[in-house]
Ligand binder design. Structure first.
Ligand code: SF4
Length: 325
């Protein structure tokens, strides 16, 4: 496969388990934040990742960037295996993989001006001073800020403007891949659409590839070409965005979509039974389907055997015994 057509990011059986100390009298337990996830992200696409809070989607995104060591599995970036790479080996790849986080206020140093914030990654990666200046001004304009903002500090901006600064900072070193980790969650709805438009315009102009993590399903549909649904550390469905919304397969996906308020009351929800029960503890040893305790369609096999991903339509995969032939 040529590099152009190979996935930019390829993840296989990725696991990130955290071991908790059980104290003096109890054995320690493992929290399976990410538990055997496999998927690809193609160049130039936006892969949306959704799921309830605590499902492991942010841990998965940060694991791909190798912000910490993973427990097991493979991560390929631009054809290079990086799951076990050392920090020295990762350094040249760091500028090719950047991130935008949920809360721009805590991710921006309050003591630095906008100019310093955007230029800092370029300094770290050895850009010349003139190039830093040119690139800073270019990006400032692209995210809709003005030259007069350059000498101001983060606290002088609104939440939406701070997220624009974060985008400019992340793009300063010309990354190919950007992890967008709930970048809209702290913003007003009206501002969310503006930030999405900026991200889409920049993607088109700069050929960026995004992993876009969110719990707002309507915004994910708007920006993503394909979407993955996570539940309790596992991917349970992956499909092209339109297929996922028009023909959701996994009962968990159907329940998530049923919870999205419909602007048109004539449109009936897909799954009348909304989610029941609590999410099981991520430390629990679950032999079968992890969604079993909440699923209205659970069968005996679901309790004992874990379903694996099956392709049920071109490019549409789900892990559910209802779809096994
Ligand atoms: Fe429900 Fe069984 Fe499918 Fe799991 S495998 S989602 S319990 S029907």
């Amino acid at each position: 496969m040529s590099e152009q057509h190979a996935p930019l990011v390829s993840v296989r059986e990725l696991r990130k388990h955290y071991h908790l100390n059980g104290g003096l009298l109890r054995k320690g337990v493992a929290v399976k934040a990410v538990d055997g996830v496999s998927f690809d992200i193609h160049r130039g696409e936006t892969f949306g990742l959704v799921g309830e809070s605590g499902c492991g989607k942010s841990t998965l995104g940060r694991a791909i960037l190798r912000l910490f060591d993973i427990t097991s599995g493979e991560i390929h970036f631009a054809g290079q295996e990086i799951a076990q790479a050392s920090e020295r080996q990762l350094k040249p790849l760091r500028k090719r993989m950047q991130a935008i986080f949920q809360d721009p206020y805590s991710s921006l140093n309050p003591g630095m001006t906008v100019q310093q914030l955007i230029a800092e990654p370029m300094q770290i990666h050895g850009y010349r001073r003139e190039e830093q200046q040119t690139r800073t001004e270019f990006l400032l304009e692209k995210v809709g800020l003005k030259r007069e903002h350059l000498q101001r500090f983060p606290h002088e901006f609104s939440g939406g403007q701070r997220q624009r600064i974060s985008i400019a900072r992340a793009l300063s070193v010309r990354p190919e891949f950007v992890l967008c980790d709930e970048p809209l969650s702290a913003l007003d709805v009206s501002v969310q659409a503006q930030v999405v438009n900026i991200l889409q315009d920049l993607q088109e102009e700069l050929g960026l590839t995004y992993l876009f993590i969110a719990h707002d399903l309507s915004m994910v549909r708007h920006i993503s070409s394909r979407i993955g649904v996570m539940y309790l550390g596992k991917l349970v469905e992956v499909a092209p965005a339109d297929a996922l919304y028009q023909h959701p397969a996994h009962p968990y996906t159907r329940a998530l979509l049923a919870a999205v308020p419909q602007p048109d009351p004539r449109i009936r929800n897909l799954e009348q039974a909304t989610l029941r029960g609590e999410i099981p503890s991520p430390t629990a040893a679950l032999p079968g389907c992890h969604f079993c305790s909440r699923c209205p369609h659970a069968m005996p096999v679901c309790q004992t055997q874990e379903p694996t991903m099956q392709e049920i339509a071109p490019g549409h995969f789900t892990a559910c015994w209802l779809f096994r032939t």
